[in-house]
Write a new protein. Structure first.
Length: 470
């Protein structure tokens, strides 16, 4: 990982991002911070947001009321859309709890005409026999394009299983082939004619069907040895489809089996390779992200995940030769996410590494949005005694941004005693202190960094100026 102050510029002369970015901070503010430099540059956004289940499995407030959760998502999706290229696409993992509502919300943000598909991922390999109603074994992945007419998915590689269906029983010099149906499921007058097999069997299309070709077209296929009547020459005719003539890949299906893209237990094992703690209940396997990134991007495209979690999206993007941006606000970014990505640079062999022949290398820049009022909030929450809390308040009184209605004299009277002149508890004092802080000043604005009160280091100033091109 480079020292950002000595590395190449964040952007080239054309304004294109040249560095991979790992950012700690509120994802909504981070997205807005990126907008001026990165609007219209991101090819793929993948997010695995809090599912609003009440389980708190993502270490966020995963228990919003329904309307708050939708507002939370709407604010972030709107700015995310601005970051997408015109041929960009977004994939969002979600469960049944909010899937239908998220689809309608994304219709509003991206336009219903830009809905691509609702993919089904089989996330579990075994049934949950103690389930009260049904054994939940899938998640949804909702896909929208910024402009559907400008985006097409890349084909998936053909598998050995697919190719094994091709044989060559008649030793055709064109190689392996498989028999395809010559019938179509509707009646076209041009396809209603009689075929006589080499052994004299008369074949007519069943009622309601017709041949896929005209009589003249059929005769041309026979002349080119593209019709198969079976080894004895007496079967219903079929058309020969040669392996050498099929597309190099296959169009993605909408149901993704765990045998193809992994399951939750695979993902947990991948995370435990570099961290033994159990922090994430539902991480996503690298093979799942490999498929999404393969379908949606090409080499050097930018991939963004602003609900990064354990870092799977960025780890896979790095191994696949994509540029990436990851945003995470929780403190585990330092112990887990950052550690994981350093392991990737060092050539770790978990996840998809062997499949893509990953040997290590590359770089990224890690930085944080500089805290301001958030710094005081954390100090308040961590205070263990009244004395510690008083120390925090004294520092706040000199430096914090307070809400417009805050009156220092009135506040000091109410800070330690309630309306009945009774002493208030430590937790009650914490709540009072947090309530007077201005939530619009959780992080320090770029315009204020030269103010000596905020103690911004020269290195921090240099990094900020390098990013914003100042």
């Amino acid at each position: 990982m480079p020292n950002p102050l000595n590395s190449q510029a964040f952007f080239d002369e054309s304004g294109n991002l040249t560095q991979n970015l790992l950012i700690k901070g509120n994802n909504l503010l981070a997205l807005h911070s990126l907008k001026d430099r990165l609007a219209g540059q991101v090819k793929l956004i993948y997010i695995d947001p809090p599912y609003n289940t009440g389980s708190d499995s993502f270490k966020y407030n995963d228990n919003f009321n329904h309307s708050s959760w939708l507002v939370f998502m709407k604010n972030r999706l709107e700015i995310a859309k601005e970051l997408l290229r015109d041929d960009g696409v977004i994939f969002v993992s979600i469960d049944d709890n909010e899937q239908a509502y998220l689809k309608v919300l994304m219709d509003e943000v991206f336009g219903r005409e830009n809905f691509v598909n609702n993919l089904i991922w089989e996330k579990k390999y075994a049934p949950q026999n103690d389930a009260k109603w049904f054994s939940d074994n899938h998640d949804h992945i909702i896909c929208f394009a910024k402009n559907k007419e400008n985006w097409r998915p890349n084909l998936l590689p053909r598998t050995d299983e697919m190719n094994a269906r091709y044989k060559n029983p008649d030793n055709d010099p064109r190689g392996l082939w498989k028999a395809g149906d010559l019938l179509r499921k509707d009646e076209q007058i041009s396809g209603l004619f009689t075929i006589v097999t080499p052994n004299g069997r008369i074949c007519n299309p069943p009622k309601g069907t017709s041949w896929r070709t005209t009589k003249q077209g059929y005769e041309e296929l026979v002349a080119d040895n593209r019709i198969w009547f079976g080894k004895d020459g007496n079967n219903v005719p079929a058309i020969k489809r040669f392996l050498s003539e099929v597309k190099d890949g296959v169009t993605p299906l909408t149901i993704w089996k765990y045998t193809e893209v992994g399951h939750n237990q695979d993902a947990k094992k991948e995370v435990k390779e570099f961290d033994s703690k159990t922090v994430f209940d539902t991480p996503k396997p690298e093979k799942l992200l490999q498929r999404i990134i393969h379908i949606a991007t090409n080499k050097n495209d930018i991939v963004l995940d602003f609900c990064l979690g354990s870092g799977t999206t960025c780890a896979v993007a790095h191994k696949m030769g994509r540029r990436w941006i990851g945003i995470e606000q929780m403190d585990y970014i330092e112990d887990i996410t950052l550690t994981r990505l350093i392991h990737v640079l060092n050539g770790e062999q978990g996840g998809i590494s062997k499949a893509v022949d990953w040997q290590g290398g590359g770089e990224f820049v890690y930085f944080e949005l500089k805290k301001y009022n958030l710094y005081f909030m954390e100090k308040i929450q961590n205070a263990k005694t009244m004395g510690e809390l008083d120390t925090v308040y004294n520092e706040m009184a000199k430096n914090a941004f307070f809400k417009f209605w805050f009156d220092k004299d009135d506040f000091q009277k109410a800070y330690k005693k309630d309306a009945d002149n009774n002493q208030i508890s430590l937790d009650e004092r914490k709540e009072i202190l947090i309530n007077v802080l201005d939530e619009n000043q959780l992080y320090l604005n770029y315009a204020d960094m030269d103010d000596a009160r905020f103690k911004v280091s020269d290195d921090e100033k240099a990094l900020s100026k390098a990013f914003y091109g100042a």
